[in-house]
Design a protein around this ligand. Structure first.
Ligand SMILES: N[C@@H](CCC(=O)N[C@@H](CS)C(=O)NCC(=O)O)C(=O)O
Length: 246
């Protein structure tokens, strides 16, 4: 069985993978609530029986197991943590109590889910520089929309959630490591202060939070992971944009 358990526990176990943006969301939510949990690192090549039994439909990480009961899908896990531990660590709620504000936060979290990952993956898959640059344009369009969303949701404050971290912060924040690593892996920059200055400043504040520190993987580690994963899948390494241009 794959996996290594670390940490204490409050009847909580998280099955995860360090590089997964979806797992990072769940870990940030657990940290925001000050919860201790057993963390088990999974391997996508050798999934544990516990993972297969806990998420038999999708067989994906993250899975949060609370008192023996599995909760699957990262956004559902984040919202479950918020509901099951409303006042843990005296932390602010991840979803606002006002129904309209909550609906707006869930709208933008769902936008990130539908649009960001689906536009960003083709940047990695593009075989030519042109394909990757074109794919990156789609990512910029999504990030520019999120820049406007940040203005509206934060109302001039620090996070999408206002003074405190909310659902959109957690959902988008989980992707930051891979967004930063995209340039090193594909030669195409997607995080650009000239294009989305508010988001870039937000990302710096978000990564500096105690609940987030140590969870967003370093670019170098993601580059190595990507190389190993592509090799495992029999895919050629991506050449940086400048090399493709020659
Ligand atoms: N929609 C899921 C996506 C989770 C996901 O794609 N997890 C990947 C790791 S990043 C996984 O477990 N993949 C295993 C597989 O595809 O076999 C969520 O939000 O939790």
């Amino acid at each position: 069985m794959a996996g290594e358990a670390t940490g204490g526990g409050q009847g909580l176990t998280l099955l995860g993978l360090w590089a997964s943006p979806f797992v990072i969301r769940a870990r940030i939510a657990l940290n925001l609530k000050g919860l201790t949990y057993v963390y088990t690192e999974e391997s996508l090549y050798d999934k544990s029986e516990l993972l297969l039994n806990s998420n038999p439909v999708l067989k994906k990480v993250p899975v949060l197991i609370h008192d023996g009961k599995p909760v699957c899908e990262s956004q559902i896990i984040v919202q479950y943590i918020d509901e099951a531990f409303p006042s843990a660590a005296g932390g602010a709620p991840i979803l606002p109590s006002d129904p309209y504000d909550s609906a707006v936060a869930r709208f933008w979290a769902s936008y990130v889910e539908d649009k960001l990952y689906s536009t960003w993956v083709p940047v990695f898959r593009g075989r030519t520089a042109e394909e990757r640059v074109e794919a990156a344009r789609q990512v910029f369009a999504v990030l520019e929309t999120l820049e406007q969303a940040f203005k509206e949701c934060s109302r001039g404050k620090t996070f999408f959630g206002g003074d405190t971290v909310g659902l959109v912060d957690v959902v988008l924040g989980g992707h930051l490591g891979w967004l930063y690593a995209t340039e090193a892996i594909c030669g195409v920059k997607v995080v650009d202060a000239a294009k989305t200055p508010l988001l870039v400043a937000w990302a710096e504040r978000f990564c500096a939070l105690d609940a987030v520190k140590g969870l967003i993987p370093d670019v170098e580690r993601l580059v190595e992971y990507n190389k190993a994963r592509r090799a495992g899948l029999g895919l050629p390494l991506l050449l940086p944009y400048m090399e493709l241009q020659q």
